[in-house]
Design a protein around this ligand. Structure first.
Ligand SMILES: [Zn+2]
Length: 276
């Protein structure tokens, strides 16, 4: 039984809200996701944010079966050409980050576990129906490897694509997806016209080097990826404290001292003794 299945008895958690289960900090999966997040935070100019929590995403069987079937189908598709032998197909799942738009306050705290129905809330839509190639492309106009579903080991890169539409949102969220790369084709140069990986391959891995600064993985089939976790992190920038009153400038202090000295002199010269 799939670890992420709603039908899995192991997921009968009293803390479950709809599709989400808030994981305790000592839960091995919570530790794993937090570790991936911290290790994947690679942008030197971005400060590592504080992680507030990790939710496990449960899915119905109708969503998980095509994913399982896809893995099985990859194992049955040997690849050989007269020119070279392709690398072994890799059907193991990799957890990768995906930043998207959150229209509601899902996962903002442990009580916000129910999906919304806003069409602009891509987070809830992905959790409800999984990733959809048909909806890709409109958002990431500058996708380096064409129309596909983009993920990365680099959490700080996925963070660039994470946004919250609600003004009440205090934290940021990233999806962590289970991705089956299969046989992945490695590229260092962008190829924006891609609609699929080359024949015999199942995904593209963009490697840092020429056009990319950080790794990314693209799959071109809905069934190659499923949402697995939400990680909640970061903070809204706190309003800046009011600046302390500036110390009086030195020249003014001197001027003040000078004035009082003048006033003192004036007082002496206008006193009755001075007049005598
Ligand atoms: Zn939502």
């Amino acid at each position: 039984m799939d670890e992420f299945s709603l039908s899995n008895p192991a997921n009968k958690d009293p803390n479950r809200q709809g599709r989400l289960v808030f994981l305790q900090k000592n839960d091995p999966r919570c530790v794993e996701v937090m570790q991936l997040f911290v290790e994947g935070w690679s942008h030197p100019e971005k400060e590592l944010p504080y992680v507030h929590g990790v939710y496990k995403i449960l899915s119905p069987e109708w969503m998980l079966k095509p994913f399982r079937d896809y893995k099985t189908s990859l194992l049955k598709s040997p690849f050989w050409t007269p020119f070279f032998t392709a690398p072994q197909v890799d059907v193991k799942e990799t957890l990768l980050f995906h930043g998207t738009t959150r229209g509601c306050l899902l996962a903002e705290n442990e009580k916000q576990g129910l999906l919304c129905n806003q069409p602009e809330c891509h987070l809830c839509n992905i959790i409800r129906e999984s990733f959809d190639m048909g909806k890709c492309g409109s958002k990431n106009k500058f996708s380096r490897f064409g129309k596909g579903i983009y993920t990365s080991t680099c959490s700080s890169k996925a963070d660039d694509y994470s946004s919250s539409l609600s003004e009440k949102a205090h934290f940021r969220v990233l999806l962590v997806a289970r991705v089956v790369k299969g046989r992945t084709h490695r590229l260092r140069r962008s190829d924006r016209g891609l609609l699929a990986p080359p024949y015999g391959y199942h995904s593209i891995t963009g490697e840092p080097g020429e056009d990319l600064n950080y790794e990314e993985t693209v799959v071109y089939k809905n069934e190659a990826i499923r949402p697995a976790f939400i990680i909640v992190y970061g903070d809204k920038p706190l309003p800046l404290p009011p600046p302390p009153p500036p110390p009086p400038p030195k020249s003014k202090r001197h001027a003040k001292r000078g004035l009082s000295f003048e006033a003192m002199v004036r007082k002496i010269f206008t006193s009755p003794i001075a007049e005598l």
